[in-house]
Design a protein around this ligand. Sequence first.
Ligand SMILES: [Ca+2]
Ligand SMILES: [Ca+2]
Length: 96
Amino acid sequence: MTLDRPCTWPDGAGIHLPWNGNAPDLGAFEFGASGVDLLAGDLNADGQRTLLDVRWIIEMLVGLRPTNLTTADLTRDGQLTLADVQALVRLFAGLP
Ligand SMILES: [Ca+2]
Ligand SMILES: [Ca+2]
C-alpha cells in the first residue's frame, strides 16, 4: 500500500477519514470538514442552490436518484420526505 500523505494512528485503531461529531455523516461529504462545507440545499454540490437541486430532491424522493440524506434531509429527521422538498423550495425562494 502506498499513501499520498503521511499517516499515523494508535495501535488497534480503525482507518478512516476524519469526521466531525460522534460519527461520520452519511454520503460523500462531511459537514464541517475543511473545504467541503456545502450550501444548504445544494444537492448536486455545485456551490449554488438552483432549480436543478429542486429536481434532484424530487428525483430522490420518487426513487429516480439514490437518496443522499447528508444533503437532502433538510429537516434533519433522518428521512427524506415531502417536508424536505418544501424546505428546499423555501430556501430556493428565500423564504424563512
Ligand atoms: Ca446545486
Ligand atoms: Ca427530512
